[in-house]
Design a protein around this ligand. Structure first.
Ligand SMILES: [Zn+2]
Length: 650
């Protein structure tokens, strides 16, 4: 097993040394490709190019991991440096004219399909980067790319740095919030301070009975990044538009959708409309139920206000569906959930996982496992699942080493923030939401591991269409939601009894409530992301356009005077393609349908077919082809539609 040396480095100097070595190796290989004379062959062009990507992606990926998980600030900073340097070298590569010309002279017509697809993507990416433009245009493109990265970071930083707060004088204003929340927010100098940080703010939106408190906090929450990001966002839109025009596209949305499954900005727009239409009737009913709930408290309320939805959704779930997420927790003890995921995925995919004790990692709490198929080792993964200071505070899977057939096995890390059994008093009992997140991220991890037999970096899982990548992870969530999946591992931490079917049903119904409204909110985000990028930015007043789209897609009114676009971080990272989440979800629901038709959803035959046709190929073929082969038919919208309407008639 190759060691992911950079991810295991113990000092900033060690990270810098390995990073320089990796990028240095890339530069040497580049020289070698460019200096080779005569006919272009796979051996003198594609093979060394593949080795460049191998060396430099390891620096980028492992640097990014360290930046997110290492306990020491110095090493985290070095990880970020490594990541930035690697990415900047990769951008230069795609604008390297002699390298591009070498590839245009490489004839792969007689080679295997995977090799042909790799070269097709390499040439496409060169062109999309603008390699065939003249020198001055290429210089401008390079400069624009750098500026976009810088403006994007400015946008993100302004959001992260703008932590706002409200002060409350009367402790009664926190009525409705859980006891541990109230206990951790004592009065200081006569007031209670609530910040806009998620763990602080979200419970207030969900539970605070006092409308004025929710309203005041929502105001601050929706104004994070304002006013600074108004101008920054305008600049980001202008620069991306200029880049797209220079590259020969109508606008940035046209550019960024071209290499996705969806294929064009028009198709993305149509997709948004399709979901919007499909969710219309359900959204109306959801809204009506929420308004009725509100009228129990405020008989003359005419509409839901921007600070209302989370609160009344919680009320309906508790009152009408009699479900509180607290009652399921005893069935979700951390260790049992982890072993449950191992058990279910092991049975489904015919694999097992073996703990590797004593294997090095970046922190002592990280558990290392090898995955086996019979006696054959498939790859290694690192579970870094509990919070600690300075660690990334969401959940994600990070690839560390890309698996390549005959060269190296894949390695990946799962980074989450679940309750730590070592520090909790009593058993670590998870919320069901966290259980679903665990399955989701494990879905990404398995995709990394099972696709470890790629021939080329450009056909590995990392190069898959961006709007497909969430489908396998969203599909694995099904086993954490369906009664059969849950009952196979969710057992009471004291009695050992499986979670009652009746409780699972109640939980499912409660969670299905307001699905239309929540989908519509996502569609509003998708429309916003697309419409900011599909026109001349000079015509855009970002607030006016956001307000208009809000009124078209989301029945809860825009909060006048607030500026959500200033804190919608995806406008940088995802640019025009926020639709990808929903697109992947539609596919995930469809991919799951063959399991639903079987007697049991724990069906190894079906799962192995899925592994073979969807997960193992990585990005050796277009995702649409894989989906079609697996389903034996073109993809359908039906499964998503019935999910959307589940429980809606109640
Ligand atoms: Zn994901």
């Amino acid at each position: 097993m190759t060691s992911p040396a950079l991810a295991l480095a113990k000092s900033a100097a060690g990270v810098d040394r390995l990073s320089n070595a990796g990028i240095g190796r890339g530069k040497q290989l580049l020289k070698k490709i460019l200096s080779s004379r005569g006919r272009r062959t796979v051996e003198n062009t594609l093979v060394p190019y593949n080795e460049i990507l191998e060396a430099v992606y390891e620096v980028a990926q492992q640097g990014e991991l360290l930046f997110n998980v290492h306990p020491e600030t110095g090493v985290r900073d070095a990880g970020n440096r490594a990541y930035q340097n690697a990415m900047s070298f990769l951008t230069e590569l795609t604008l390297n004219r002699p390298l591009y010309e070498a590839f245009t002279r490489l004839d792969v017509k007689t080679k295997d399909a995977e090799t042909r697809h790799a070269v097709f993507k390499i040439l496409r990416d060169f062109k999309r980067a603008g390699v065939d433009k003249d020198d001055s245009t290429r210089a401008r493109i390079k400069k624009l790319n750098e500026e976009i990265t810088a403006v994007g970071s400015e946008f993100d930083r302004n959001i992260n740095d703008d932590v706002r707060s409200i002060e409350i004088e009367d402790a009664q204003a926190l009525d409705g919030l859980p006891g541990d929340y109230i206990a951790s927010h004592p009065k200081k100098d006569g007031t209670i301070r609530i910040t806009t940080n998620y763990p602080d703010a979200l419970p207030v939106f969900q539970y605070a009975k006092n409308e004025e408190v929710r309203r005041r906090l929502q105001w601050e929450f929706l104004n994070r990044g304002y006013p600074k990001n108004m101008e920054v966002l305008d600049r980001l839109l202008v620069k991306r538009n200029e880049l797209a025009r220079l590259l020969g596209y109508k606008n940035y949305a046209a550019y960024v959708t071209e290499d996705k499954m969806i294929g064009s900005e028009t198709a993305a727009g149509e997709f948004v409309e399709k979901i919007s239409k499909a969710s219309g009737p359900r959204t109306k009913r959801d809204y009506q139920v929420l308004l009725e709930q509100k009228r129990k408290q405020s008989p003359f309320a005419e509409r839901l206000e921007p600070w209302d939805p989370s609160f009344y959704i919680e009320r309906v779930r508790a009152e009408k569906y009699q479900f509180s997420s607290q009652e399921a927790r005893p069935y979700f003890q951390f260790e049992r959930v982890r072993d449950g995921i191992f058990g279910i995925t092991g049975r489904l995919f015919g694999v097992h996982y073996r703990r590797v004790r004593g294997a090095p990692a970046w922190h002592e709490s990280v558990e290392v496992y090898d995955a086996y198929d019979d006696g054959t080792r498939l790859g290694r993964f690192y579970l870094d699942l509990h919070p600690r200071p300075g660690k990334f505070n969401h959940a994600a899977a990070f690839p560390l080493v890309v698996g390549l057939r005959g060269v190296q096995l894949p390695q990946a890390a799962l980074v989450c923030n679940f309750l730590d059994p070592k520090t909790t008093k009593g058993p670590a009992l998870m919320e069901h939401n966290d259980v679903v997140t665990f399955f989701h991220e494990f879905g990404h991890l398995l995709h990394d591991i099972f696709s470890g037999g790629a021939r080329w970096m450009k056909t590995s899982m990392g190069d898959i269409e961006w709007d497909f990548v969430e489908a396998p992870s969203q599909m694995l969530e099904e086993w954490a939601r369906r009664p059969e999946g849950l009952q196979s591992f969710a057992t009471h931490h004291e009695t050992g009894k499986p979670i009652p079917r009746e409780m699972v049903d109640r939980m499912e119904r409660a969670q299905a409530f307001a699905r239309g409204l929540l989908v519509r909110r996502q569609i509003f985000f998708a429309a916003l992301s697309l419409n900011y990028y599909n026109r001349d930015p000079k015509e855009i007043d970002t607030t006016a356009l956001a307000k208009k789209l809000n009124s078209e897609y989301y029945p809860v009114p825009w909060y006048d005077g607030t500026h959500f676009q200033c804190n919608f971080g995806h406008l940088n990272g995802y640019s025009a393609v926020y639709y990808t989440y929903m697109w992947s979800l539609v596919i995930a629901k469809d991919l799951f349908t063959p399991f639903q038709k079987k007697k049991s959803i724990i069906n190894p035959t079906q799962a192995r077919k899925y592994r073979r046709t969807i997960l193992e190929p990585g990005s050796a073929r277009p995702a649409a082809k894989m989906v079609r082969e697996y389903l034996g038919r073109p993809p359908k919208f039906d499964a998503f539609r019935s999910w959307l309407n589940e429980g809606g008639a109640r």
